[in-house]
Design a protein around this ligand. Sequence first.
Ligand code: PMP
Length: 421
Amino acid sequence: MNFDPDAFKEFFPLFAQPENRDLIYLDNAATTQKPRAVIEAVTDFYLHSNANTHRSSHRLARRATEMVERVRRQAAVFLNAASPREVIFCRGATEALNLLAYSLCSGLRPGDEIVISTAEHHANIVPWQMMAQRHGLTLRYVPHIAGIPEFQRLHEVLNERTRIVSLTGGSNALGLRPDLEGIARQLRGCRSRGRELHWIVDGAQLAAHETVDVQSIGCDFFVCSAHKFYGPSGIGLLYGRESLLRRMPPWQGGGEMIATVDLHSSDYADLPHRFEAGTSPLAAIAGLGAALEFLADRDRAAMAAHEQSLLARLHREIAELPGVRLISEPKQNLGILAFVPENGSATDLVHWLDEKDIAVRVGHHCAQPLIRAAGETATLRASLAAYNTADDVERFIESLRDYLSASETVPEQVALSSTAG
Ligand code: PMP
């Protein structure tokens, strides 16, 4: 494998700061660190190009407009969308899913059905619940065992009332990456009986670890957040098939999304602007452009293979530690290890690791139905990015071993010292 994680890590200035020299950052499913090129693109925008887009015609405004449309073209390449008109900028996966829920459900009839899964992030549950209540729709779940969806049984919950299927491309709590081809096959079966339904992929985690090709996936919509794939926060992408986006009502109203406004009605702008009301986060879009360029210059397959080898090692070694209950599986996993300590609390353990400069996360990870079905209220999650090294993994496992052996002998002392700092 021709991937050097140490060399890759050098692109990320945060790790070079004196206070972070010993940091082991294993919270990448929450957000990744940013390469220098991304940080500089954000700063450069404010230093050299700051102006609002589309509205004015002076030099800076034109430059900002060109930048936004260039990044849109880059994003279309990143997703392999058929056209930049199919790429809508939004705040992130959450906003994209809310837009889809609002716009798609406004055309549904009471009794129509939406299918999601127990492995969804709250961003792909709550908007559908809200729309189900508002429009009298029925929310169905892919059959599951103890919260783990059996995506191969999706067809069991599809029927003539199914209108929307919105499923994760990778769970942020467990890393579980569904077989998207299998899902596509089952949906084809349903559509071949003449039913119109729309398939949304929540790609917030997927886009961080795999090359995305919306055309070969065959989905109707795909959402992701730049901050999960080395880009800035505050900007994300919604891909939608052009023929569908054209028929959908806009979500937010305001400037930029109109063609003409009269006293009692308005005509909307063409795609993609009709879904982008108001001023976009322009500096974040500049940063997204830099992140897309950064990724386009890398061997993403080699990055993923490196992450997978670290993940396999984490699962192998942690499975052997006494006093740990593994929740995640190493197979079909985007780079996430989830477990709970059998003695003591996961929260204490995370604070203790924090004191050792190891950043992992504890909680329900915005996936309460899944974590609850696993019989837990909180799990400990270590999530990988390509700048993690074998040394990171080793130090994490060693620290965990120390904690567990100490908590086996003197649990109270460990608990006390862990809450002190
Ligand atoms: N879906 C998944 C699978 C996620 O991991 C996240 C972020 N944790 C989201 C949706 C929401 O993304 P954001 O908070 O960036 O809008």
